[in-house]
Design a protein around this ligand. Structure first.
Ligand SMILES: [Ca+2]
Ligand SMILES: [Ca+2]
Ligand SMILES: [Ca+2]
Ligand SMILES: [Ca+2]
Length: 232
C-alpha cells in the first residue's frame, strides 16, 4: 500500500501544469527610454496557437487593465522561451536576438507594475478570458516591495508552475531595484550596454521544470526499494 501511495503521489506531482504558458522573467532595461522592457514566457507543454494567450500590465497598483496585447498566432514547443517587448531595436541590442512579439504599450512597465497572463481557448478575448499567471500584485504599487524590478529584473525560480493569479514573491529571484543603473554604458562607450555586460545579467533561457519522467522513474525505483526491503 505504501508503494501504491508513493506512486500515486509521484504521478500526481508529475502531471503538467494546467497552464501551458507561464511568465518566467520580467525586465526593465537601462538603455535610453528605459529599454528593453518586457517579459520572458515559457511553454510548459506544446502549444499549437499562442494567439490563445494575451498579456496586460496592471500599472501602479491600479488593478487589472485587462488584455492589452494578444500574442501572435504560431506554435511554441514545450521547453521553449518567447520574449515580448515594447520595441525591437533596443531589445535586439541588449539580448542579441529579436523579440518574439512587439507589444508596444501593451507590455509597458517600469518595475512597479503587475503583469497578467490571460488565456482564452477561442482567442477572442471578449471577456471570457482567465488569468492563468501573474507577476506582482495588481492592486499594489510595486515600489519598495519585494517584487520591485525598477531598472532591473525578476526571474521565476525553477520548477514553479503557473499561480492562477495568486503571486508569491518567494517563488522569484530578483536583481534588486536599480541594479542596472549605469549598465546602459559598457567600457566607457555610449549606450552600448548589453545583458551580458550588465551586472547582474538577466538569466535568460535558463528556467527549467524538473523532468517529469525522471521524477516518476526515480519514484518507481524508490518504491521498489521500499517494497523489497519489507521482504524477509
Ligand atoms: Ca496597462
Ligand atoms: Ca509603473
Ligand atoms: Ca526603468
Ligand atoms: Ca534607477
Amino acid at each position: 500500500m505504501k508503494v501504491l501511495a508513493l506512486l500515486t503521489l509521484c504521478v500526481t506531482l508529475s502531471l503538467p501544469s494546467q497552464a501551458a504558458l507561464i511568465i518566467t522573467g520580467v525586465f526593465d532595461g537601462p538603455l535610453p527610454g528605459g529599454d528593453p522592457k518586457g517579459v520572458e514566457l515559457f511553454a510548459t507543454t506544446d502549444i499549437t496557437d499562442l494567439a490563445q494567450f494575451a498579456l496586460g500590465v496592471a500599472n501602479n497598483g491600479g488593478g487589472s487593465d485587462g488584455v492589452e496585447t494578444i500574442l501572435p498566432s504560431q506554435a511554441l514547443s514545450a521547453g521553449s522561451f518567447f520574449f515580448v517587448a515594447t520595441e525591437d531595436q533596443d531589445f535586439a541590442q541588449w539580448f542579441g536576438v529579436a523579440p518574439g512579439h512587439v507589444g508596444g504599450n501593451g507590455i509597458n512597465h517600469n518595475g512597479d507594475d503587475a503583469i497578467e497572463l490571460f488565456f482564452d481557448a477561442t482567442g477572442s478575448f471578449a471577456g471570457d478570458e482567465a488569468v492563468i499567471d501573474v507577476f506582482g500584485d495588481i492592486n499594489t504599487d510595486g515600489t519598495g516591495t519585494a517584487w520591485d524590478t525598477v531598472d532591473g529584473w525578476a526571474h521565476r525560480n525553477d520548477g514553479v508552475l503557473a499561480n492562477g493569479g495568486a503571486f508569491d514573491a518567494n517563488n522569484w529571484t530578483f536583481s534588486g531595484p536599480n541594479a542596472w543603473d549605469g549598465d546602459d554604458n559598457f567600457d566607457g562607450g555610449s549606450d552600448n550596454g548589453t545583458n551580458l555586460t550588465a551586472t547582474p545579467p538577466f538569466p535568460a533561457g535558463t528556467f527549467q521544470i524538473p523532468e517529469p519522467t525522471s521524477t516518476l522513474l526515480g519514484a518507481i525505483g524508490l518504491g521498489l526499494v521500499c517494497f523489497l526491503r519489507r521482504k524477509p
